[in-house]
Design a protein around this ligand. Structure first.
Ligand code: FAD
Length: 363
């Protein structure tokens, strides 16, 4: 059998951890995950802990993004069914549309999700269009299906533990240039054969990459102890184009996430208290069950938070290239879809690693 090649994955968000896990399952690589932030940290440069996170595809039919989302449903469904310790559970999901939102930024971004016949209707279980008689006030159409909600505080450490079980090494490191990762010195002082770049938003600043088409989409959230009983999303709000309304209850006591916002180009890490009130008011209006029909004073707040979605013009970058003679495989820029596309993207990245290092041919 050929000697194992050495791979360094930069980044311990959902992209880096899922890629490291799938690489480790091949048995073809010695793997080090090196990152500035690890599960357990909360930081504005680290998107993954802030996500809801659920599976609500907004990817457009026929695109690579839709393929990655499609390829991710199976593994997430398997976790919710067979690996309860991962912190992923099934939850009903209701998508509401208001005709007056047509043409708005959110409705355009959500076009596939809001469609009565999206590509994923045959992927997720029990997809159906709600009859008019079941629609709430101000709602013009709605669909429901079974989806999953991920408790990121459980799921990210679970990914780490699965990697550890497969021999992956974890190391704190901060790189100014991508080629520094190859000389980390943990592979018995040998240079890495390949670096996988899963740096999310920070791919915009990492030397050798500096992808200026990656920008933040600021998302503010409120975590509450109240339960919604289902996940809900709506095509728009009356509070401007940058604000959104969605609700999801995390698995295993993770609380309910009330969102949110989608503020492109905004790097502000601080909670806007006025926006927090608007988020809570909209959530209680869309889902009165949260407070038993009472006002927002009856929401029991765990914390407020802000995360930055790593949005890349042209979509997630899954490509291989040589930088200063070093093989690099990129997997960054998943925007608001990092979890729901995680397995599809990671599998595509593993294929590129195999191609670059020609490991499949040699084994
Ligand atoms: P990150 O999680 O940001 O990780 C980047 C990693 O790279 C970190 O470990 C960081 O320390 C490391 N790094 C970066 N630069 C360097 C460097 N120079 N040296 C060393 N290490 C470095 N997605 C969904 O699928 N479903 C949802 O419901 C959902 N909801 C969301 C709600 C909110 C409010 C937000 C903010 C996001 C949401 N997302 C959701 C999107 C999802 O969170 C992101 O797409 C995903 O977390 C991106 O993961 P990542 O691993 O690419 O980046």
């Amino acid at each position: 059998m050929a000697q194992k090649k050495n791979v360094v994955v930069i980044g311990a968000g959902v992209a880096g951890l899922t890629t490291a896990l799938l690489l480790s399952k091949t048995g073809r690589y010695n793997i080090v995950v090196a990152a500035k932030h690890m599960p357990g940290d909360y930081d504005i440069e680290y998107a993954s802990p802030w996500a809801g996170a659920n599976y609500m595809p907004v990817s457009v039919r026929g695109t690579k993004a839709a393929e990655w989302d499609k390829n991710t449903w199976g593994p997430l469904e398997d976790l919710a069914q067979n690996h309860l310790e991962a912190g992923v559970h099934f939850q009903d999901c209701e998508i509401h549309s208001r005709s007056k939102d047509a043409g708005s930024a959110t409705a355009t971004w959500f076009a596939e999700l809001l469609s009565p016949s999206p590509w994923f209707k045959d992927v997720v279980p029990q997809f159906r269009v709600l009859p008019k008689s079941e629609l709430g006030p101000g709602i013009d159409s709605a669909t429901v299906f079974t989806s999953v909600c991920i408790n990121t505080a459980i799921y990210l450490p679970w990914l780490v533990s699965q990697c550890l079980k497969n021999g992956v090494i974890f190391k704190r490191a901060v790189f100014k240039h991508i080629s520094e990762a190859a000389t980390l010195g943990v592979h018995q002082s040998k240079k890495a054969d390949l670096v996988v770049n899963c740096t999310g938003l920070m791919a915009s600043k990492l030397g050798g990459v500096e992808d200026k088409t990656v920008i933040p989409a600021r998302g503010q959230i409120v975590v509450v102890r109240n339960e919604a009983g289902k996940m809900m999303d709506i095509s728009g709000t009356d509070d401007g184009d940058e604000e959104a309304c969605y609700i999801m209850t995390r698995a295993a006591g993770g609380g309910t996430i009330l969102g949110g916002s989608y503020q492109l180009g905004n790097w502000d890490s601080q909670v806007d208290p006025n926006m927090a009130v608007r988020i809570m008011k909209r959530a209680v209006q869309l889902c009165p069950t949260l407070t038993g029909g009472k006002d927002i004073e009856h929401l029991d707040v765990v914390r407020h938070g802000v995360g930055l979605r790593p949005v890349r013009q042209g979509g997630t970058r899954i490509e291989k290239e040589r930088i200063n003679g070093l093989w690099v495989v990129h997997n960054y820029g998943a925007g608001g879809a990092g979890y729901q596309s995680s397995y599809g993207c990671a599998q595509a990245a593993v294929t590129l690693v195999d191609e670059a290092l020609e490991t499949r041919a040699k084994l």
